[in-house]
Design a binder for this molecule. Sequence first.
Ligand SMILES: *[C@@H]1O[C@H](CO)[C@@H](O)[C@H](O)[C@H]1NC(C)=O
Length: 353
Amino acid sequence: METGPAGRGWEHRERWGAAGGPGAAMRLKLRNVFVAYFLASLGGLLYALLQLGQPCDCRQRRQRGGAGPGGPEPRGGQRPPSPGGSRPPPPGPIPPELPPELPTIYVVTPTYARLVQKAELVRLSQTLLHVPKLHWVVVEDAAAPSALVASLLAQSGLRFTHLHAPTAPERRRRPGDPAWLRPRGAEQRNRALQWLRDTRAPAEPAVVYFADDDNTYSLRLFDEMRSTRRVAVWPVGLVGGLRFERPLVERGRVVGFHAAWKPERPFPLDMAGFAVALRLLLARPGARFDPRAERGYLESSLLRHLVSREQLEPKADNCTRVLVWHTRTEKPKMRQEEQLQREGLGSDPHVEV
Ligand SMILES: *[C@@H]1O[C@H](CO)[C@@H](O)[C@H](O)[C@H]1NC(C)=O
């Protein structure tokens, strides 16, 4: 059937040519050829003019068209190379990509099973979702990873690592022990340090921050800590029986600490009040938290391996701004639940809370 249409076309032209006699047909044909040629040229000229007038249109189209055939291009490949860097920045929307040298923030969170655990972790994870180049290292105080934390992490949308390390039995807090008796989370934070040392390259630009799951974090805190060179410090609100604790800064240097509780500590700092450069942690393989440290000395047990007081880098406007707060979720009362459970009518245990 391939020859069918072509044959019919030829037939048609022949008949048309025959209608007005040979001379008239020739003139008509020529005029039509000229008109067609004129229109085609005009169209071409207009198209060329439009293209000249809007040089940036095509680039925008290329940037948006990442998902063409063969899937999205790698982001780095979308911009034309700029030899010598002399080319002005491309107009149009700024691409959302991050400069490759932006240091990663490793947020280390020890956590343990309790009624409010999921609520705390969901809240923290949704704060962390706002922070670019972040890697969440969650360490459970457990002999094995739990399904609750595993599925929460899998659905979090964050880059994460899920670890676990049980607290040694002799250091475990027993029911009825007051909260101040033993420092919590030392083994879990040490597990994270081990993971960093086992898997990260010393040259990787990165910062490590120990963020408990119950505190409240301003997003600005993460901007502040990202430039940490050794150990950066800042105030912590609602801690140590004060409105805030903080390093005291003079001429850009830490010269002391505003703290009322055990101010004689080598580093009277809260866990939430400092960050450490990954490079420094990897350069000092012996630096770790001492699980037997007296309450309040856990932070100092790590920091004494890493810096002197004079080397601390004050952040948050020379430690004049509170960007992180010690907050604590009230322990929920389960009187009714226990009553119903005794009657075999407790809330469905298959529903995760
Ligand atoms: C911190 O203090 C130093 C010295 O007084 C000053 O030069 C610097 O601008 C201050 N930085 C901020 C962010 O306020």
